[in-house]
Design a protein around this ligand. Structure first.
Ligand SMILES: N[C@@H](CCC(=O)NCCCC(=O)O)C(=O)O
Length: 257
């Protein structure tokens, strides 16, 4: 039985003077080693992607982190300097894929920028530079080159008892990392908060009434898959949901020759 396949929306990135569609290896590695699934990257196009044609061919959606931010016009306000950098191709690709995957009951795991896209895709808003807001801690990526330090586990989040996430990683205090400047502000109508940080920052959500696994986390479990139980449990649960969906997915009918 071949491994199921998930889609990962790529970033539109300038690398060595050219433009690439790229995603960090840590997500592909976590999907393979933690979920037992293969990954296909979806190019970050402002136009041209057809979400349902993509989703017809995969068994899950993994929405990765990125240093870029969702454009504020997508949640009803004008952009200011603090809201950048932007990636309109990523926004135009990721948000429709999220909406259609949830509507079709395709498993979704959304990480960091991904939880922010999930919230915006379903009608919520974001706050920028949250470390400057009263009472908020500094959740930003540490300015170091060593990735084990940058992605170091350094904050406690409280997982809501009875939540979807509690069923995966357990309720109560969980130790996670933190690499973000934005966070959920107005929660989308059909999202439920599943974990919060000490300063009230929303750290995890799930889709109310979702037909399949549909969870977003503000931290980066993908980096520690294979070395951290919480990370392992989250990707294992995503993999289980993807395999369950793959057993029900209709093969794509090829047009007759
Ligand atoms: N841009 C958003 C989301 C942050 C995020 O996804 N961070 C992971 C990438 C870290 C990096 O490579 O810089 C925000 O800042 O809130």
């Amino acid at each position: 039985m071949p491994k199921p396949i998930i889609a990962i929306p790529a970033d539109f990135r300038e690398i060595e003077g050219n433009v690439w569609h790229a995603a960090p290896h840590q997500y592909v590695r976590a999907a393979l080693n933690g979920s037992g699934v293969m990954s296909l990257l979806v190019p970050a196009l402002e136009a041209g992607n057809e979400p349902d044609a993509i989703l017809d061919r995969v068994d899950g959606l993994l929405v990765s982190g990125s240093r870029s931010n969702v454009h504020p016009t997508l949640y009803g306000r004008e952009a200011v300097e603090a809201d950048g950098p932007f990636d309109p191709g990523r926004d135009a690709t990721s948000l429709p894929l999220i909406r259609r995957a949830i509507a079709r009951g395709i498993p979704v795991l959304a990480i960091c920028r991904g939880i922010q896209e999930l919230n915006v895709a379903l009608g919520g808003t974001l706050a920028s530079e949250i470390q400057d807001l009263p009472g908020r801690q500094d959740h930003r990526k540490p300015d170091v080159k060593d990735l084990d330090i940058a992605y170091g586990i350094r904050q406690t989040v409280m997982v809501e008892p009875g939540s979807c996430l509690a069923g995966v990683v357990g309720a109560g205090a969980v130790q996670v990392n933190s690499l973000h400047r934005q966070a959920i502000s107005d929660l989308a109508p059909n999202l439920a908060v599943e974990a919060v940080a000490d300063d009230g920052t929303v750290e995890a959500v799930s889709v109310i009434g979702a037909r399949a696994f549909a969870v977003g986390v503000q931290w980066h479990p993908e980096y520690w898959v294979g070395r951290d139980k919480t990370s392992n449990d989250l990707f294992a649960a995503f993999g289980q949901a993807v395999r369950a969906y793959s057993e029900t997915r209709e093969p794509v009918s090829q047009p007759s020759a």
